[in-house]
Design a protein around this ligand. Structure first.
Ligand code: FAD
Length: 448
């Protein structure tokens, strides 16, 4: 027999947990939270690596110090999370060539400016095309290793210099790296404590079911029936679905009746980014450790090939850990090869930068977000010129199915605060719908 509750929430990442929080604040505690993996947090996820806590997913609180306060920064302050300021802007002055020389800062700054101008020009010409006007001259494509490296960091990390990005405009331009042994997820536990039973830092509430993979959502005018991989059934008035856009694009969850065509099309049209932080542990440091050398770049003839590096000395002094970030095609490539092969490739690049005598890494950690069937990617990516219909269709409910998650946030998709704010928005929309539903019931009763 199915278990009955008012609302089933699928997924216990930041958006799903925030949805549960808002329901609870509105007196609705009759909920079930079904989470496929064996822990809460979703894309907020720590792991122990060679004695320190590293964040495999979200690492930064982005957007701090502006005119409005970032709600995730507020949560971090309330939960006493340890963070350190990160200055990405230095990265462009620490670009290594294949012989280990750093490009002079003048050349790097010029190349950077050229890349920004060219990106702006390209956007304008796209905008022009959207308006059916002829585009001006096409910007030059990056060719040399330094141009490719800058193109990569600009487009895959720093588009804020090209177009205003809501996160930085609204919340400020500063970014803080979470460097806390309890992990970024500590902030989620602190939030969950207010509405779920916890004991000794663990959630013990029976309304949270871990290792529970939702496979089917049957829905009608009267309610929803949610089935899980282990054969359990949950009957509810509504379901809030917080799974990632990658999961929605996969066939993990089937819908009966199927989702309407406009919804399926929107889901298909949204891009999924893959972003992979590879952690490498060394017996000792051989890289410059000054704070302004935290980020450095390798200019390879192949775009995005072990380009973006970070040392962890600011966060965890003495940890002797380097992080290299790969994206999209390169991420998928390393996910499908052995970690030993990835280690070999990374060491070859490091030896180009720092010479043949550096020691081998003693440990490597390669997260696999793309091949994780509960994620299928790292975050959603809307085109710069957001098509408002697309965002609207992505978050619009289908009958009793409500959608939430970072991908449903018009202004802050791709971020933790996007997940948080979407959890609030979706739940407010659901509460509004419930009030209307009650109104309709009362009306028909009054009529009888
Ligand atoms: P999730 O956290 O993905 O929650 C969805 C949950 O649903 C998951 O727990 C999943 O296991 C569960 N689920 C999936 N399928 C099922 C199913 N069938 N049944 C039951 N449960 C299911 N953001 C920042 O702000 N700063 C950063 O520095 C940053 N860096 C990032 C780096 C990486 C590598 C990644 C992957 C993400 C990063 N992000 C960053 C983005 C941020 O992590 C996400 O935007 C946010 O955590 C998403 O929250 P969510 O609740 O929308 O989704």
């Amino acid at each position: 027999t199915p278990r009955r509750c008012s609302v089933v929430i699928v997924g216990a990442g930041i958006s799903g947990l925030t949805a549960a929080k808002v329901l609870s604040e509105n007196g609705m505690d009759d909920v079930m939270i079904l989470e496929a993996s064996d822990q809460i947090g979703g894309r907020i996820r720590k792991e122990e690596f060679s004695g320190v806590t590293v964040e495999l997913g979200a690492g930064w609180i982005a957007g701090v110090g502006g005119k409005q306060s970032n709600p995730v920064w507020e949560l971090a302050l309330q939960s006493n999370l340890r963070t350190c300021f990160s200055d990405y802007s230095n990265a462009r002055y620490n670009i290594y060539d294949h012989s280990g020389k750093i490009f002079p800062s003048g050349i790097a700054a010029d190349s950077y400016k050229k890349a920004v101008d060219s990106a702006i020009q390209k956007l304008r010409s796209q905008e022009g095309n959207n308006n059916h006007e002829s585009s001006p001259e096409t910007p030059s494509t990056p060719k040399t290793p330094i141009e490719l490296a800058i193109d990569f960091i600009l487009h895959d990390f720093e588009m804020a210099e090209v177009e205003p990005i809501s996160t930085y405009v609204d919340f400020g331009e500063r970014e803080f790296l979470v460097a806390d042994e309890r992990g970024y997820e500590h902030l989620l536990y602190k939030m969950a404590e207010n509405f779920l039973f916890t004991s000794e830092g663990k959630i013990t509430d029976s309304r949270l079911k871990l290792n529970t993979v939702v496979r089917e959502v049957q829905h009608s005018r009267n309610g929803v029936l949610v089935s899980t991989e282990d054969g359990s059934l949950y009957e509810a008035n509504y379901v809030i679905l917080s799974v990632s856009i990658g999961v929605l694009q996969s066939n993990l969850i089937s819908f009966t009746p199927p989702l309407p065509r406009w919804k399926m099309e929107a889901i298909r049209n949204l891009d999924v980014m893959v972003y992979t932080k590879i952690f490498l542990k060394f017996p000792y440091k051989f890289w410059p450790c000054e704070p302004e050398k935290e980020f450095f770049i390798y200019a390879h003839e192949r775009r995005g090939y072990y380009t973006f590096w970070q040392h962890m000395e600011n966060a965890y002094p003495g940890s002797n850990i380097l992080v290299v970030t790969l994206t999209n095609g390169e991420s998928k490539r390393v996910e499908s090869q052995s970690d030993q092969e990835t280690l070999r490739e990374a060491m070859e690049v490091l030896r180009n930068m720092f010479g043949p005598d550096i020691p081998d890494a003693t440990d490597i950690l390669v997260p696999r977000w793309w091949n994780n069937r509960f994620q299928r990617g790292s975050y959603s990516n809307y085109p710069i010129y957001v098509n408002h219909q697309l965002v609207h269709d992505i978050k619009e409910p289908v009958g009793r199915i409500f959608f939430t998650g970072e991908h449903t946030s018009e202004k802050f998709s791709g971020y933790v605060h996007g997940g948080y704010l979407s959890g609030i928005d979706t739940t407010n929309a659901l509460l509004e719908e419930m009030r209307k539903d009650d109104g309709r019931k009362n009306e028909s009763q009054a009529f009888l």
